[in-house]
Design a binder for this molecule. Structure first.
Ligand code: 5GP
Ligand code: ZN
Length: 142
């Protein structure tokens, strides 16, 4: 089966070899390479070779391969850089911070006091809303 592609997509161009990258690992359905704008040393990306914009559009087996590769590359980056932790970040949609509209998983090595992080203004789940949410979400899965 041929993968979907988008001739104007920068990550599709990397997959096609039209734009160079610092490659870490290639599998049948994925490519992993260093991010050109790293948040920390060793920041890398894992992408599916096919052009899908958001995670929910991807075939299950390609999602699974991305997760496997992210785990493998993440573990190697931690060993190689001496980072003490890492975040796996995946943005879906411009509202969520997605800039490149081709699915990608960020592997972001972390160090104590590195100043990185998510703003996390946690609220409190209201019991009545929880019931409504569970009904709506489980209904949407059918
Ligand atoms: P997003 O904000 O869409 O989740 O992240 C896109 C990421 O892709 C950014 O971290 C950015 O630095 C990276 N990026 C954008 N263009 C290129 C490129 O041409 N090569 C590489 N290696 N990374 C890129
Ligand atoms: Zn693409």
């Amino acid at each position: 089966m041929t993968n979907p592609t988008d001739a104007n997509c920068i990550f599709c161009k990397i997959v096609a070899g039209l734009i160079p990258c610092h490659k870490l690992l290639e599998t049948a359905d994925t490519l992993s390479f260093l991010d050109v704008g790293p948040l920390s040393r060793g920041h890398a990306l894992v992408i599916p070779k096919g052009h899908w914009v958001t995670l929910d559009q991807m075939p299950d087996q390609v999602v699974a391969q991305c997760a496997t590769v992210a785990r493998q590359v993440g573990a190697a980056i931690i060993k190689a850089t001496g980072a003490s932790g890492w975040n796996l970040l995946q943005n879906n949609g411009a509202t969520a911070g997605q800039v490149v509209m081709h699915v990608h998983f960020h592997i972001i090595p972390r160090a104590e006091g590195d100043g990185l992080g998510f703003r996390w203004p946690a609220g409190k789940l209201a019991a009545e809303d929880a019931g409504e949410l569970v009904r709506a979400i489980t209904g949407a899965m059918r």
